[in-house]
Ligand binder design. Structure first.
Ligand SMILES: Nc1nc2c(ncn2[C@@H]2O[C@H](COP(=O)(O)OP(=O)(O)OP(=O)(O)O)[C@@H](O)[C@H]2O)c(=O)[nH]1
Ligand SMILES: [Mg+2]
Length: 436
């Protein structure tokens, strides 16, 4: 990137810590470092002890100077890291000195944005950096590292390759109009389409898993009073978080607990028992419960096994019927229901598995990567254009089909940023932290 200015930011979190790091990137990075430390031509990638001085030549801190010569740096530009003491005031003083020496404050994510613009990383990898930082479970860290190392991008590029081949095939056919073309009779093309669809379908499932792992899911525990919702929450969190009592209407506020279940970050929400009540406060709790039920990714609908089964058991797609108090079971459970005893801690493993099966459609394995909603949208858009391309082939409309394949290619390219708008980049990098 030519003509770029030099940016700087405190890369370590706000607050106090043993070490604080200022990052500087851009054409003036080295000159600024020299001005502050008096070190003239630091050897790249070598930690040097330095004192940092302000313009009045007062020592404001001392620590390490690290120089990365562009393009072999994170951003692709000259990068300097000043590692000083991690105090709030001293870090800001150091940053102020760096700014006075010719840098400007970096926007959130601007270092990563420059790395992307200088083609050090693609967009998926840039997003993965933010995902590593915000990962909510150990598995999410590992999976986002895979995305950062390019596992997801490689996948996308393989499908792109298939798309391009198909497009070339169709375009070559329409370039010979004198030959009577029958696309339907073209076996090779038909196979290419089948394979393309399969690959996209598989990638969509893997991406959905990646999004779940990245963002985590919310689970609402709902049901009538006294069925054992709070007892179940305590079972799943393995802590005495919520108050349990035999008084119906114990829980009023929504009780939130964050846990990980088989590597998936999960927010559990225990709610007030839903029933008709004239108690104003309880009614407020019930209203909240109904709202939470609507918003949650998964709903555990808890029933009391010691009572009779309700006549109608309507459930939505994201709902799991849980029959509690199996130790006092009065009826044979309906098909698909998970039977547990929160009191005796029985059936909890099976319930966890049922939850995981509900949210994870693909196996968590060595090729699982983290992803975002944005990626899912682009894959769906790609699938749409491929389906349209297929339709046009059926009508023997080669040119229209080729155009749809071109649109499919653009849609897929937007994931890695090969084809992207400033608007999209702005939205992505604004979600980053400062100094990254
Ligand atoms: N026998 C038996 N009792 C249970 C079981 N689970 C919960 N209970 C009892 O059922 C009663 C109600 O439990 P809670 O967990 O408070 O029920 P809740 O659904 O949260 O109730 P509200 O907050 O009032 O809506 C308590 O006395 C629990 O000890 C179970 O598996 N077996
Ligand atoms: Mg309760």
């Amino acid at each position: 990137m030519t003509g770029a200015d030099t940016i700087a930011a405190i890369a370590t979190p706000a607050g106090t810590g043993g070490v604080g790091i200022i990052r500087i990137s851009g054409p003036k990075a080295l000159a600024i470092a020299t001005q502050l430390t008096g070190i003239n031509s630091p050897q790249p990638r070598k930690a040097l002890f330095a004192t940092f001085k302000n313009s009045q030549q007062q020592v404001i801190d001392s620590g390490l100077l690290l120089f990365f010569k562009g393009p072999a740096s994170f951003t692709g530009e000259d990068v300097v890291e000043l590692q000083g003491h991690g105090g709030h005031v001293v870090m800001h003083l150091l940053l102020k000195t760096v700014i006075a020496a010719g840098a400007r404050m970096a926007r959130p994510g601007e270092f990563s944005e420059r790395a992307f613009l200088n083609e050090r990383i693609d967009l998926v990898q840039a997003e993965a950096i933010a995902d590593v930082i915000s990962a909510g479970s150990e598995q999410a860290v590992i999976a986002s590292q895979r995305a950062l190392q390019g596992v997801f991008s490689k996948h996308i590029n393989q499908i792109l390759e298939q798309l391009v081949q198909t497009r070339v095939w169709v375009e070559a056919a329409i370039d010979f109009p004198e030959e009577e073309i029958d696309f339907l009779a073209d076996d090779q093309l038909r196979w290419q389409m089948v394979e393309l669809n399969q690959a996209l379908k598989q990638m969509l499932a893997q991406t959905q898993t990646g999004v779940t792992l990245n963002q985590g899911i919310s689970i609402a525990i709902v049901g009538e009073p006294n069925v054992g919702k709070s007892s179940l929450l305590n079972c799943l969190t393995r802590e005495e978080t919520a108050i349990v009592s035999d008084v119906a209407g114990t829980t009023r506020d929504v009780v939130k607990e964050d846990i990980t279940m088989k590597g998936i970050p999960i927010r559990l929400l225990d709610t007030a028992g839903i029933h008709d009540t004239s108690n104003v406060i309880e009614q407020q709790g019930i209203d909240r419960a109904l709202l939470i039920k609507k918003q949650a990714d998964v709903v555990l609908h808890v029933l009391d096994g010691s009572k009779t089964l309700p006549k109608s058991l309507e459930s939505t797609e994201n709902e799991i019927t849980v029959i509690n108090k199996s130790d006092l079971m009065k009826f044979s459970p309906p098909k698909g229901a998970v039977v547990v005893s929160a009191l005796k801690q029985q059936g909890i493993e099976a319930l966890e598995q049922a939850i995981i099966d509900q949210v994870i459609k693909t196996e968590l394995n060595e090729s699982t990567f983290t992803a975002r909603e944005r990626h899912i949208e682009q894959i769906r858009l790609t699938q749409y254009h491929v389906a349209e391309a297929e339709k046009q082939l059926m009508n023997n409309q080669g040119e229209l089909s080729a155009e749809e394949l071109r649109l499919a290619q653009n849609a897929l390219n937007e994931i890695t940023g090969e084809f992207s708008s400033d608007d999209l980049l702005g939205r992505i990098f604004a979600g980053f932290c400062i100094g990254k």
